[in-house]
Ligand binder design. Sequence first.
Ligand SMILES: C[S@@+](CC[C@H](N)C(=O)[O-])C[C@H]1O[C@@H](n2cnc3c(N)ncnc32)[C@H](O)[C@@H]1O
Ligand code: SF4
Length: 339
Amino acid sequence: MFDKVINLFNKNKKDVFSCQYGYKRLYFFGQQVSFCSIGNPTQLRAYPTIYKNFNGKIDINDLAKKIQETRENAKKGIVPQSCEGCHLIKDYIYNSKEKRYPEIEYIQFSDYFLCNSRCLYCNSWITTELKDGKYVDKNGSTNSYEILPIIKQLIEKGMITTDTIFDFAGGEPTIYRQFEETIEYLLNFGIKHIEIFTNAIKYSKGIERGIEEGVINITVSIDAGTKEIHKKVKGVETYDTVYENLQKYLEKAKNKKQVQSKYVIVDAINDTENEILNWIKTSKEIGIEKLFINADNRYFEKELEKEKIKKLKKLTDLFIENTKDIDVDIYANLRFIMK
Ligand SMILES: C[S@@+](CC[C@H](N)C(=O)[O-])C[C@H]1O[C@@H](n2cnc3c(N)ncnc32)[C@H](O)[C@@H]1O
Ligand code: SF4
């Protein structure tokens, strides 16, 4: 009897051997296009890459074919070699209502890595130079390819729909040459959800519109509670500009939770109670209702000393204790330490 109920329940479902992402996500990094951004921990974080030397010229039929083949193989229990052994692989069950090929559920552009900041904990900006008021690569190039033609082709092919979630990281997306044009295009197309990781140094009219329409969420890397430490972490003197921009975005926001602030704890730089409490206080004062906290990835490059773990736990507890009245999230690095 119980089996019968299960079978009825599963009538329109298929077993698929995959992780929860089901090869329905696309990540554009530098020259790689991949199905995943996490990487397989059992294979030195190998990625299921679709293209290894991507230069922006997309063969849309080839991409569609590769995605379809990967999903068909997953249904037979065959996953890309780089996914073998990954702890996230499960006998994943597709709900009949769930999106199927050719749709992409989530797409991220992190292909662009120039930046107008110089964060201590980040490598993105290293090759950036400012020449004649423009951010360029050391070799003088504007860095990366044009993403709008790629997006247009994915839409034409039915792979991107208004339900596809967009994510822009980088580098600093707001200084990418096609950023405003791309956001405008996506909003006109009717995309319902866009996530943007930004330092908020440059105010964006596109972000303003998306926030006003309730479509764009921004996560701003603040990483400090005072002007002095902000300068130390970010390597640029932009604290006042960033807060002015945050206030302007908040004034426009359909929902205040669309404007989010994030703090990456950096060893011996901003790892103090005072700094974290000041960040929380300033955020609440200007009306931010969602905060994120994380620890610098570099903590994990060598074995973590007990004292450092203790300190990170204490700071995370302090964060939790002082943010009970707003929405928060703790990113994976700290969650790992707290468990
Ligand atoms: C590379 S940045 C690009 C987006 C944007 N420029 C910004 O500052 O948010 C994407 C995200 O990665 C985070 N990030 C970069 N390096 C990190 C590190 N070593 N540890 C933890 N997070 C890091 C940044 O704080 C940011 O939220
Ligand atoms: S602002 Fe973002 S991309 Fe730029 S250096 Fe900082 S974290 Fe990296």
